[in-house]
Design a protein around this ligand. Structure first.
Ligand code: NAG
Length: 236
């Protein structure tokens, strides 16, 4: 394996691991906001012996990550956790953040009735244009008639988060998480591995100073070094 290929490969792996650390930090920072305490316990008591629908709305993505130039499917699920059917259910999703456009389907939907204990689903497809980094999608809103009197209720879904990658970053992630693929496909011999981990050590020294990065790569390098030595022994 040519030396320049190894340099390229490990450049990719390095930038992917830095990207990963950065985006995990971003996720940690964002997610705490979500779990606000449930409001209105007193209301629940008032309504305890009345027959009412109680809708719970969940919003999530089919894909684990959004990739620029690909599609991202938004899923919405409405579940009736109450003890009466909900009627006249209107689902309205918030506009996606900038950089996403609708490729297929509608953000809104209506359902005449959702029975006790049952759920309905609605999906639509976004195309990922220019978005980057971690993106927060505002909640969907649902209005419905909760009881026989047709009293209107409003509820909102969870906020949904997705990490947006460029196609190159997605490839890097594959390389990073698929150690086997890399080792079988690209680094065939123990000598390849030794060259690779030497290069990695040099790159790590050049980059120095980022402790999170170091602890990740040191563990990885140790594993790789062990594998390399084991396979070198087999080769000879
Ligand atoms: C995205 O979805 C649209 C509509 O379903 C489809 O026509 C298009 O081929 C999809 N694009 C990609 C890249 O999958």
């Amino acid at each position: 394996m040519a030396r320049w290929q190894l340099v390229l490969l490990f450049g990719l792996v390095l930038s992917a691991s830095l990207h990963r650390v950065a985006s995990e930090e971003a996720a940690d920072a964002d997610v705490d906001v979500e779990d606000a305490p449930a409001s209105g316990e007193a209301e629940d008591e008032d309504y305890a012996d009345t027959e009412r629908a109680h809708l719970i709305v969940r919003k999530w993505f089919k894909e684990d990550q959004a990739v620029q130039g690909r599609n991202l499917t938004v899923n919405l699920e409405v579940y009736n956790a109450g003890n009466a059917a909900a009627s006249d259910v209107k689902l309205t999703d918030s506009k996606a953040p900038e950089g996403f456009t609708i490729a297929d389907g509608l953000t809104d939907a209506s359902f005449a009735k959702i029975d006790v204990g049952s759920k309905v689903q609605h999906s639509y497809v976004l195309s990922v244009a220019t978005a980057t980094d971690m993106q927060a999608f505002e909640p969907a809103r649902v209005s419905y008639a909760a009881d026989a009197d047709g009293e209107q209720q409003l509820t909102v879904s969870t906020v949904a988060y997705v990490e947006v990658l460029t196609p190159t970053q997605q490839l890097q992630n594959h390389l990073l998480t698929g150690g086997k693929y890399v080792s079988l496909g690209m680094l065939r011999t123990g000598r390849d591995w030794i060259t690779a981990s030497a290069l990695l050590a040099v790159l790590a020294a050049l980059l120095g100073g980022n402790s999170a990065y170091k602890s990740v790569t040191t563990a990885r390098t140790n594993v790789r070094r062990k594998k390399a030595l084991a396979s070198l022994e087999k080769d000879e």
